[in-house]
Each structure stands twice: as structure tokens, then as C-alpha cells.
Design a protein around this ligand. Structure first.
Ligand SMILES: NC(=O)c1ccc[n+]([C@@H]2O[C@H](COP(=O)([O-])OP(=O)(O)OC[C@H]3O[C@@H](n4cnc5c(N)ncnc54)[C@H](OP(=O)(O)O)[C@@H]3O)[C@@H](O)[C@H]2O)c1
Length: 317
């Protein structure tokens, strides 16, 4: 099969398209004939081993995984011993969180992993929606009916997902985006829009239960005026001078969890929840450009610009 392979950390150019053996599903695993994948910020960060300490998980000297790609959508084409949840031919989607591997024509996933049936007849290239949504869920899960949140940078994969997940939980959502994304944020259900190019969002006279910086460009100090009692500030990045890590640790010691990096958890449960939202029409992916498997290096270069809207798809077939 064709797969995009890496042997060491570096920029997009260290990847090459190679012929490698088709994997066989182990006991309890399904093999997915991959039709669509994505290039997300997890892929670009993992390729560059950024931040450096991520190497503890991804491999100290060289990447443990030879092929990146977290999101997948495709058809089950083989099952290992003991698989009862899926059958050959099932249309599935999900995220391969530990092994990656979806920048390839086939990958194997545990049947109990982060995999679910694609709702209805949604095309494969519109079902690769897991990565950003999983990160967003790390903090939007704190929201319930009537809670108020502000989502800064509501135009990336995490931000567009966060608006929809917060609305699905019944929250009031203020979305902060640039001019070119105002209509998009409104279409996602945001209750109020702030254009960061013309308005200082930290000066709006409102208090929130959650401020989520979905693009890692602000700081807790800047957002403090927006935080109500017991409110949480969360950011997808480390913050200036790693301040989010340091503040997160400090507030952890003091017993309050006011600053968080939304490390996501329970990927299998989340993908099943996401599938249920998609089936009810409460969640859909926002897609930017798509690339072929042969163009994966170009897709990485584009994602690294930090300018994508929503999700960048790799059409594998
Ligand atoms: N380390 C990891 O493994 C990892 C994994 C996932 C995500 N992340 C972090 O999570 C963040 C979000 O990732 P993502 O995939 O959702 O999206 P992304 O690619 O970072 O988001 C791009 C979007 O952000 C907007 N944007 C850029 N600069 C902005 C600014 N100063 N203020 C507001 N919006 C701005 C861009 O539109 P405009 O410029 O037109 O406004 C674009 O639509 C990234 O910072 C990434 O580092 C890290």
C-alpha cells in the first residue's frame, strides 16, 4: 500500500510517499480502507517534535510512528479475531490518537478505540472531523445550559468545533474572529460576534464562565477582566513564556483549576458522542482545501501557515 513515511523529526519535506506492507488486524482490531484523512496541528507539531518535551510520548530521538495522520474515514475491509462491533463494509470514522497512521491506504484500529459508524450517507471527506473537536471538547465539556463562554479564534479546527459543541451543551457563545470569518462564526450558531481586527475583545463588558483561546494567541492576564467567579481560562498553546503551563500548575496546587490546557481524554467515548451529534444535525465539519495523498507535504506546508479555516483534508482514494 502507499503511505507517507517519516524516519526522523523535521519539516514537511522529511516525509516521503513509499510502498509499505498492508497491516493485518490483530485480535480485537478492524482494518480500515482509508478514503479520507486530514493534516491537523497535531500532525504538524508531532512532525517537528514541538514542544520538545512531547518527545517523551512521540519518541525521544526519532518518531515512534512511521506514518502520521490522526483523523480517518473509510470502510472496514478486514476484522481480527473476536471483533463483534463492526463488519466488513461498515463505513466508519474516528481518530487514531496514539499510533496515528491515517496518511496511508489502510490502518488498523481497536474495535473499542475512537471509531464509530459514519452517520447516514455523509461522504468520507466530510466525516474526518475528530481531531479539533476532541481538543475543543476538553473544555467545552465544562459548559452546560445557560453557561457563558467566549471562544477566541473560532475559525480553526478547534474553534469551529468549540462553538458547535458549546451550543450543543446549551451555552451562550461569543465568538472572536477576523473579518473574513464573521459569517462562518455566525453560521455555526454564535450568539455574538467580535471582530478582533476592529474591536478589543478584552474590553467588552461581559463576564464568562469559560474563555477558550482556540488558537493560543492570548494570555490569562489579558483575559482576566472577562473571567467571572470560578471561571476557567483555557488555551490550546503554552502561552507567553509557558505561562499557561506554569499558571495551570499553580492553580492546580492551590486547588482551583482556573487555567487549563485542554488535554483531551476518553477519545472512544468522545467519537461516539460526536457521531450522535452529527446524526442529529448538531455538528458538522468546516473544510478548507483538500489534497491528494501524493500532495501531503504541500498540505503540511499550508497547515503550518496557521491560516486554515477549519479542517484540511487528505483524499486518500
Ligand atoms: N501541539 C499540538 O499537538 C497541537 C495540536 C492541536 C492544536 N494545537 C494548537 O491549537 C491551535 C489551533 O489549532 P487549529 O488546528 O484549530 O487551528 P489553526 O490552524 O491554528 O487556526 C487557524 C485559524 O486561526 C485564525 N487566526 C490566526 N491568527 C489569529 C489571531 N491572532 N487571532 C484570532 N484568530 C487567528 C486564522 O484565521 P485569521 O488569521 O484569518 O483570523 C485561521 O482561521 C494552534 O495554535 C495549535 O498550535 C496544538
Amino acid at each position: 500500500m502507499k503511505a507517507v513515511v517519516i524516519d526522523h523529526y523535521g519539516g514537511p519535506e522529511v516525509q516521503s510517499l513509499c510502498d509499505v506492507p498492508i497491516p493485518s488486524p490483530a485480535s480485537g482490531e478492524v482494518r480500515v480502507e482509508v478514503h479520507a484523512s486530514t493534516v491537523g496541528r497535531t500532525d504538524t507539531a508531532t512532525l517537528r517534535a514541538h514542544p520538545f518535551f512531547a518527545r517523551v510520548m512521540t519518541g525521544l530521538f526519532r518518531p515512534k510512528m512511521r506514518t502520521l495522520g490522526m483523523d480517518f474515514a473509510g470502510k472496514v475491509d478486514a476484522v481480527g479475531d473476536g471483533v463483534t462491533a463492526y463488519q466488513i463494509g461498515d463505513r466508519v470514522f474516528g481518530i487514531s490518537t496514539d499510533r496515528f497512521g491515517s496518511h496511508a491506504e489502510y490502518l488498523c484500529v481497536p474495535q473499542n478505540g475512537a471509531i464509530a459508524r459514519i452517520p447516514g450517507d455523509l461522504p468520507f471527506d466530510q466525516a474526518v472531523v475528530g481531531e479539533g473537536a476532541w481538543y475543543a471538547h476538553g473544555t467545552t465539556k465544562l459548559l452546560s445550559e445557560g453557561k457563558r463562554c467566549l471562544i477566541y479564534g473560532a475559525s480553526g479546527a478547534i474553534g469551529t468545533a468549540a462553538v458547535q459543541l458549546a451550543k450543543a451543551n446549551g451555552a451562550y457563545v461569543v465568538a472572536v474572529v477576523g473579518s473574513r470569518h464573521l459569517a462562518l462564526a455566525e453560521s455555526l450558531g454564535a450568539d455574538r460576534l467580535v471582530n478582533y481586527e476592529t474591536e478589543d475583545f478584552t474590553a467588552i463588558s461581559d463576564k464568562f464562565d469559560l474563555v477558550l483561546d482556540a488558537v493560543g494567541k492570548t494570555s490569562w492576564f489579558a483575559c482576566k477582566p472577562l473571567l467571572g467567579d470560578n471561571a476557567v481560562y483555557a488555551s490550546t498553546d503554552l502561552g507567553p513564556g509557558w505561562s499557561n503551563i506554569l499558571l495551570g500548575a499553580w492553580f492546580g496546587i492551590t486547588g482551583s483549576k482556573r487555567v487549563r490546557i485542554p488535554f483531551p481524554e476518553d477519545a472512544p467515548g468522545f467519537i461516539r458522542y460526536l457521531a450522535s451529534l452529527m446524526a442529529k444535525g448538531k455538528f458538522h465539519g468546516i473544510f478548507d482545501q483538500s489534497y491528494s495523498l501524493e500532495e501531503t507535504v504541500e498540505a503540511f506546508r499550508y497547515v503550518e501557515t496557521g491560516q486554515k479555516t477549519g479542517i484540511v483534508v487528505v483524499k486518500v482514494r
